[in-house]
Write a protein that binds this ligand. Structure first.
Ligand SMILES: *Cc1c(COP(=O)(O)O)cnc(C)c1O
Length: 401
């Protein structure tokens, strides 16, 4: 039975719509947008107490803001985070990832990371961290032995995304979390591809969960945003001080858009995943298309693992167009409905060519090692009727020759 005064007793869809709502004395039904940089104190003593953390209340929107706080609380409830876990919103997903790694570690520390990562995350782990004296080792995240072998006495954090961008590799969250715990390192999970709808990393042993809210949380291509979920002790330590004093703050307007996005995330992500599943058989049946990948499809080499830690396969499908880059570009250019764009999780279906865009920064050998070929596409399946997407893809394949 759910208890209306206890959001923790609500089921996920109720949390998504009602979680975190705080009404002003006007009783507005929709959440209010507090577009204010600062807050006036009733008296000087109150200002002093708020700065000392002795009195609740807002101070300055770089630290917190009522609309941003509503988004943070709604996401925390949706994540079904364990007791003591808090959520902090950031301006972008990369700001969240940067803070959770750089804002937390020190020179002399070591971080182990899966190699298959979003482009910007690779920069943080591979270039920025070492420049600041934080050593990093990139490994094949699918291989538990590689995680074990990479551990050093000063290893303080593991970082990974699963499923990974763009190749949909799966990391064994339970096993990697157990290893992290055994050496006293934190496991930081980028949960963007699965979304909070399909994967709950805390329940599998993660210590920090990071999001680009730009993707499925907005889900309608409007704003950038990010979030970090971690135990309050971590925020009370370096991470919170870093966020407060370096300013990767989410704006109240973007927080408001994301709050409204969360209301429908469960419905959208499930419908998009159903669309993705409908496309798999169709894509496999097309001549000149190969290597169709989807975490829950039986042909995915880690399908059993994916099913053991996710409750749905996600909204992303990848496939190769045979005939190299030329034919791949002809195919993409011939699409009439599906847009060529590097965003994902959107209501509109979006097609990305990672080899020449999101992952072009990596050396060619590295791209090939990751499985990013000249003909590979990442398709973020939207909310259109899957039959129309099939028609579009079928026509474009014919046009590509
Ligand atoms: C988009 C994305 C990011 C970065 O998020 P931004 O909001 O664009 O900064 C990080 N990780 C993954 C897996 C992403 O898809």
């Amino acid at each position: 039975m759910s208890d209306e005064s206890n959001p923790k007793s609500w089921r996920p869809r109720t949390r998504a719509v009602r979680g975190g709502t705080w009404r002003s004395s006007n009783g507005e039904t929709s959440e209010a947008m507090f577009v204010t940089s600062g807050f006036a104190y009733p008296d000087a003593g109150s200002a002093e107490r708020r700065f000392k953390n002795e009195e609740p209340g807002y101070i300055y929107s770089r630290f917190s803001n009522p609309t941003v706080a509503m988004f943070e609380e709604r996401l925390r409830l949706l994540e079904d985070a364990p007791e003591g876990v808090e959520c902090r919103a950031t301006a972008t997903g990369l700001a969240a990832i940067n803070a959770s790694i750089i804002g937390h570690l020190s020179a002399g520390d070591h971080v182990v990371s899966a190699r298959a990562l979003f482009g910007g995350c690779r920069y943080i782990v591979e270039e920025l961290a070492p420049r600041l004296g934080i050593a990093s080792t990139l490994i094949d995240g699918r291989d538990l032995k590689a995680w074990e072998a990479a551990v050093r006495p000063n290893t303080k954090a593991f970082f990974l995304e699963t499923p990974s961008n763009p190749t949909l590799e799966i990391c064994d969250l339970r096993a990697i979390a157990a290893l992290a715990r055994s050496i006293g390192a934190l496991l930081i999970v980028d949960n963007v591809f699965a979304s909070p709808v399909f994967q709950k990393p805390f329940a599998l042993g993660a210590d920090i969960v990071v999001y680009s809210a730009t993707k499925h949380m907005d889900g309608q291509g409007r704003v950038l945003g990010g979030a970090i979920l971690a135990h309050k002790d971590l925020f009370a330590d370096r991470l919170g001080v870093f966020l407060r004093n370096t300013g990767p703050t989410l704006s109240p307007f973007n927080a408001w858009v994301l709050l409204k996005g969360l209301e429908t995330i469960d419905l959208r992500v499930r419908a998009q995943a159903a669309g993705a599943e409908a496309l798999i058989g169709f894509l496999k049946g097309q001549k000149g298309v190969s290597n169709v990948r989807y975490p829950f499809d039986a042909s995915h080499p880690q399908a059993a693992l994916a099913r053991s830690q996710m409750s749905g396969g996600g909204t992303i499908v990848t496939f190769d167009i045979d005939g190299g880059r030329e034919r791949a570009f002809r195919f993409a250019d011939a699409l009439a409905l599906i847009d060529i764009s590097n965003n994902l999780g959107d209501a509109k279906s979006l097609l990305t060519h990672p080899d020449t865009t999101t992952h072009a920064r990596l050396p060619e050998a590295e791209r090939r090692m990751l499985g990013i070929t000249e003909g590979m596409f990442r398709l973020s399946v939207g909310l259109e009727d899957p039959e129309d997407l099939m028609d579009d893809i079928g026509r474009a394949l014919k046009a590509a020759g």
